[in-house]
Design a protein around this ligand. Structure first.
Ligand code: NI
Length: 270
């Protein structure tokens, strides 16, 4: 059995290499004497019959994780599950979503099958699939635009493929930052732009989870016939609160997650 920590190391090395802000934000917190604890990561996929959300979950399940929550985002045509490690409470949670292809317009389904699924030569083993990038090769800019018009999620996934969409700093474990507003102020003072859809803070103490996120870094993507800047991954910040039963809330809030998804929206980052 592969240790689950190895999965996060591989995902983090890809994530921090691709997104220049990640290391800088980590350094910023470390320079204040903080140790960073990762609350959760998020992975994205299409719902193909040959591989889907459950395929990405496989290496985590083998590493001691159990499914703990189910989510549905009707407007975005997404379903998601979240996983927690059974024994290690400090292990990052894993949030995996999938785009329900059959719910998309027929012409978009055809594009996804022709330009994505049919171009995959081989699906790697699950522990490699989670950070395999776009298995369908160099993206085509016109295909990207067609997907973008219907689903920002589909367009992002087409360009970046399988990799961590974000990591999350758990504010509860920071020593000098006692609430999410302090964290947001600190990020803004240091020049970072936050996702403001639905307000900077998603959720509340009453829903036991407060979240905020940076806007994704725009990186230069090499398409078949041109280069173009596309929002890549973002950093999330989460503060978890104690429920009436005395336990720390470990789940996710559908309404907040729906807004956090917008951190890779090109319109917001233009
Ligand atoms: Ni998240």
């Amino acid at each position: 059995m592969r240790h689950y920590k190895h999965l996060f190391e591989q995902l983090y090395s890809d994530y921090s290499r691709l997104n220049p802000s990640v290391k800088k934000i980590n350094e910023l917190f470390k320079s204040c004497g903080e140790t960073i604890v990762n609350d959760h990561i998020a992975l994205r996929t299409f719902s193909f019959s040959s591989f889907n959300l459950d395929s990405l979950a496989k290496p985590f399940l083998e590493g001691g994780y159990k499914v703990k929550g189910f989510y549905r985002f009707n407007e975005k045509k997404l379903t998601a599950k979240h996983y927690e490690h059974e024994k290690d409470a400090l292990a990052p949670k894993v949030f995996i979503s999938q785009l329900e292809i059959k719910e998309l317009p027929k012409e978009i389904q055809v594009i996804i099958y022709n330009e994505i699924l049919n171009r995959i030569k081989q699906v790697p083993a699950a522990h490699n699939l989670i950070h395999a990038g776009p298995l369908w090769g160099t993206p085509d800019y016109n295909v990207y635009l067609k997907l973008l018009a219907i689903s920002e999620y589909a367009a992002w996934l087409y360009v970046f493929g399988f990799r961590a969409n974000h990591f999350t700093i758990l504010i509860n474990h920071l020593r000098h930052f006692t609430d999410i507003t302090m964290v947001n102020q600190f990020l803004k003072q240091n020049g970072y732009v936050l996702n403001t859809i639905g307000g900077e803070i998603k959720g509340s103490k009453e829903t036991y989870l407060e979240q905020s996120s940076t806007l994704a870094d725009k990186i230069e993507v090499e398409f078949k016939d041109r280069k173009h800047l596309v929002p890549c991954c973002y950093y999330e910040f989460a503060m978890r609160h104690v429920m009436p039963n005395g336990k720390l809330y470990t789940g996710f809030n559908t309404d907040s997650a729906n807004k956090i998804f917008e951190s890779t929206n090109t319109n917001q980052t233009d």
